[in-house]
Design a protein around this ligand. Structure first.
Ligand code: NAD
Length: 496
């Protein structure tokens, strides 16, 4: 039995015990071994962290930083992340069972988010506004200022990447941060906080991490009176609850939520490429991605051939230890999610779908979290499996012939996060991209994203955008400053 690592909360630049002795176990989904425990924190822990973040926000070594000094500090953060990328990738894999090759890729590019937003510190301009002004006596300019203390809540599927989507722009804006990571994957955030404090020299209190349950720590954080902004990534149902609380408290909320994305293959697509893209969309990361291309729409003329080849390819996927670089699909992240996946397969079959491939737990692998890549055919768009987000390796295959009907069905979902389009006809590709209601569209690609292109959802997939210039705006509020150069108030009873 390996030693179990015991973590504390990270508050004001150091590890600090929780007010509570209750702890959550962190297990390796591949074999179910518990390897760490973290505090199941309390509202008092949250309060200490928010107080530290508020103090840090007001201190000269944060709020008073010049843009170039802030940029230099954020570049130091990036360098420390680069130096520890492999260690962080291993932590991520041990928490959620995702492939080391995926987590290494994520961690080796994580520093780019910080470098990009460091540049924004130095290059972002304010505005001067061409207000109506007789003889040029009136001048108006707009400046941007940080909201203040951010309360951030993240899910388990890409813990640090999704943290960087928030932390990098928040630091660039000049905000401070209290982070509640997922209960399943809290360790990497705690280690990141330690590294940023000890090695990058981030001032105390700028990045605090409080672990614990959503209903206790998460709720205490978003409802804390001294939080100025909420940033959440997770399910649509929890996002709705968080949006309501933020609305009550009249603070802005960025919400990155679930998806049920169509991945559409036309009869003129390069099928080798499209099959790879459909695999990438639904079986990479064991389907546990908000972007999953879980509704596969096939043109009727290629449906039979595509399903045969897709099934062959799925049956060749190597399941195994996520730490092995040869493994193509790891376990589902925890047993409850595995049971959810199986329930969805059962429901699909009851509603009339056909199990084309998979659906079972392979018996030659350890733990209780492996599920074969699963292909369901004969799916109709009104079936549960085509409407609800599953978050597992389950592809629902639908067919189409008419373009208008395809668009109507592709958009007939509460979600609007992403879509894939596979065709060699670029006029058609752009026509469909224009018609699909989603925040990200890929043409002959799937599941790519980066720090400088905005990412977020239409409809119930979210509010606001992360990454790119828009990602920074989520942490800034604008101030419009009027200057009357004439220095004379002409009519005190008139607006303007
Ligand atoms: P979840 O909504 O269950 O939990 C997300 C976070 O919210 C966790 O830290 C959880 O502890 C916390 N939480 C739960 N209840 C809470 C409450 N009452 N108050 C405050 N916080 C609470 O989501 P999950 O299962 O961790 O992650 C999977 C979901 O995340 C999927 O729906 C997926 O689509 C979504 N997701 C979205 C994106 C995106 O960018 N759009 C990215 C990744 C994941």
């Amino acid at each position: 039995m390996p030693d179990i690592e015991k973590y504390d909360q990270f508050i004001d630049g150091e590890f600090a015990p929780s007010e509570s002795d209750d702890r959550a176990e962190v297990t390796f989904p591949y074999n179910g071994d518990t390897w760490a425990t973290v505090p199941l924190g309390t509202p008092d822990d949250v309060d200490r962290a928010v107080t530290a973040a508020r103090d840090a926000f007001e201190r000269d070594n944060w709020a008073g930083l010049q843009p170039s000094d802030r940029a230099a500090l954020i570049r130091d953060v990036a360098a420390v992340i680069d130096d520890h990328a492999n260690e962080l990738a291993e932590l991520e894999t041990r928490q959620n069972g995702k492939l080391i090759r995926e987590m290494s890729g994520q961690m080796n590019s994580l520093g780019d988010w910080f470098r990009y937003y460091a540049s924004e510190c130095e290059t972002r301009d304010g505005d001067t506004i061409p207000v109506e002004s007789k003889d040029g006596e009136m001048f108006n300019y707009v400046v941007e200022e940080p909201y203040g203390v951010v309360g951030a809540i993240t899910p388990w599927n890409s813990p640090l990447l999704l943290t960087a989507f928030k932390l990098a722009p928040a630091l660039a804006a000049g905000c401070t941060f209290v982070h509640k990571p997922s209960t399943q994957t809290p360790v990497s955030a705690l280690r990141l906080a330690e590294l940023l404090s000890d090695e990058a020299g981030l001032p105390d209190g700028v990045y605090n991490v409080i672990t614990g349950s959503g209903s206790t720590v998460g709720d205490a954080l978003i409802d804390h009176e001294d939080i100025d902004k909420v940033s959440f990534t997770g399910s649509t149902s929890v996002g709705r609850h968080i949006g309501k609380t933020a609305g009550e408290n009249l603070i802005p909320a960025s919400l990155e939520l679930g998806g049920k994305s169509p991945n559409i293959v036309f009869d003129d697509a390069n099928l080798d490429n499209a099959i790879n893209g459909v695999i990438k969309g639904i079986f990479a990361a064991t389907g546990q991605t908000c972007l999953a291309g879980s509704r596969v729409f096939l043109h009727e003329d290629i449906t039979d051939e595509f399903i045969d080849r897709f099934t062959d390819r799925a049956s060749d996927i190597t399941l195994g230890d996520p730490r092995d670089p040869e493994t193509e699909m790891g376990p589902v992240a925890f047993r409850e999610q595995w049971e959810t996946d199986r329930d969805y397969i059962r429901t699909a079959l009851e509603e009339g779908a056909t199990l084309q491939f998979g659906g079972e737990q392979p018996d030659d692998l350890p733990g209780q979290c492996f599920l074969e890549p699963t292909i369901l055919t004969d799916v109709e768009n009104n079936m549960t499996v085509a409407q609800e987000e599953i978050f597992g390796p389950i592809a629902s295959v639908l067919t189409f012939s008419d373009e208008d009907d395809l668009i109507e069905r592709a958009n007939d979902t509460d979600f609007g996060l992403a879509a894939g389009i596979w065709t060699e006809n670029f006029r058609k590709a752009h026509r469909i991209a224009d018609a699909i209601e989603a925040g990200t569209i890929w043409i002959n690609e799937y599941r790519t994203l980066t720090y400088n292109s905005p990412f977020g959802g239409y409809k119930d997939s979210g509010l606001g955008r992360e990454n790119g210039h828009e990602g920074l705006e989520e942490y800034l509020q604008t101030k419009s400053v009027w200057v009357d150069l004439a220095g004379e108030v002409k009519d005190p009873f008139k607006l303007g």
